[in-house]
Structure formats: structure tokens, C-alpha cells
Design a protein around this ligand. Sequence first.
Ligand SMILES: *[C@@H]1O[C@H](CO)[C@@H](O)[C@H](O)[C@H]1NC(C)=O
Ligand SMILES: *[C@@H]1O[C@H](CO)[C@@H](O)[C@H](O)[C@H]1NC(C)=O
Length: 241
Amino acid sequence: MWLKTLATSPLSGIALFVIFLSLILRFSINFHTSQRLFSTEELALFNGTDEGLPILLGILGSVFDVTKGKSHYGSGGGYNHFSGRDASRAFVSGNFTGDGLTDSLRGLSSTEVKSLVEWRDFYFRTYKFVGKLVGRYYDSQGNPTKYLKGVEAKAARGAQLQEKQKIEEAKQPACSSRWSQDEGGEVWCDVGYPRLVQRPIEIAVTGKMSKRCACFEESQLGQPGLEVYQDCDYHANRCKA
Ligand SMILES: *[C@@H]1O[C@H](CO)[C@@H](O)[C@H](O)[C@H]1NC(C)=O
Ligand SMILES: *[C@@H]1O[C@H](CO)[C@@H](O)[C@H](O)[C@H]1NC(C)=O
């Protein structure tokens, strides 16, 4: 009787649809939450040594299956030191020895942290996400830790600073430059005079000081912080660099 009503009721189509939808939803939630949580020791088994196991790599606590890149990530491959562990720091430091292979980002600048988040995006695009590493970035429930949230906030700050720097630098045209084996480096200005200047907010962005070459007009040459190239005339528009 109930079934008959269900089958003939004009609402039954909707009811069935809702049941169907909830099943799909349930399935997809299960699918996401059943993603595996790894301990450091478990992840270490997937380092490419055992040919029968997939090769896994962690970055910012996200674990990816990189088996399809076996020639790089497998035993003897150039990226093998990333396999079976989270060596997040090494993606930006390039230090693959000993303590360099760590997931600690202590002391990295906001742009370095940003580039690390971009690396993680790359793995999401290119390889299969298989789970999370419990530790610095995810807790035992698989929830992001305070540390991971801090890292993501820092990366966002890095992006903002880079944007700001781009806008600042656009205000003062950059020098043209070229380099050749025989003649070395050369900078020049089609309009104005080349000067070395401290990059604005560079320290906040990269943690280091750096200079760039920009072109200044005659009336601007008295500004503080402009450095004439070594062995170059005050009014030269071309200098060896
Ligand atoms: C690499 O993985 C193998 C097994 O897959 C394991 O026996 C070995 O201990 C791992 N190496 C390291 C350094 O964890
Ligand atoms: C790599 O890191 C280790 C440990 O922090 C350090 O001792 C070593 O000097 C570093 N190597 C390079 C090339 O930076």
C-alpha cells in the first residue's frame, strides 16, 4: 500500500530524487573523510625502495601519490629525497642533506612560504592526493593545525607584499639591461639616467636586501637613496653593471 502510494504519488519523483541525492552526498562525504591519515613512520615506507608499494610524498602535511613520476621520485631519482617524508622546507631551501629535509619552515620569508603553497598547488594539479600526515600540519583527527593556518596566512601576506612591490616598482621605470659573455653586463635608460635603488619593502618580502636599476629624470637625481653605478658618469645613460 505504502509502496503503491509512493509510486503513484506526484511527490514520489521528488522523494526518490532526495533519497538519491542524500546517497550521493553521503558517498562523497565518506570518500573525503576516509582519506588516509599517515604517521611519519607509515609514510616512510613509501619511499620508493619497495617496488611493490606506491611512492608517496608529503608537502605541508598533504600526501600525494607520485608513483607516475617514478623516474624522478623513485630510488636513484633526482627527487627521491622528497619521497616517504614531508621535506617541505627543502622545496625552497634546496638543501637536501640531513636536517635540511625537514617540514619546519622556521625563519622562511613570506615569499618563500608563498612559493611552498604554490608547490602544494602543483601537486594537487599534477598528482593524486591520498591523505594527510599527522604531525606539524594536521592533528590526529586530520584537522589543520594552528601551524598550518599560520603558514597559509603568511603565504597570503607574501602575495600581498609582492603585489604591493610590483605597484611601487611600476612607478619608477626599470633600466634596460643585457649581458654577454664578452662584454659582461650593461644597463641603460632611453629616458633618464640609470641609478641603483633599494627595492621598496624587499626586506619584508624576502628577508633580504636587494637593489634594482631604475631610470630617473634629471629633476629626480637629487632624491636620497640613489646610487650611481661604479665607474659610471653622473650623467651617463649607459653603465657597465
Ligand atoms: C624505505 O622504505 C622501505 C620499505 O618500503 C623501508 O624498509 C625503509 O626503512 C625505508 N627507508 C627509510 C629511510 O625510512
Ligand atoms: C643544509 O642543512 C644542514 C642542517 O641544517 C646544514 O648543516 C647545512 O649546512 C645545509 N647545507 C646547505 C648547503 O645549506
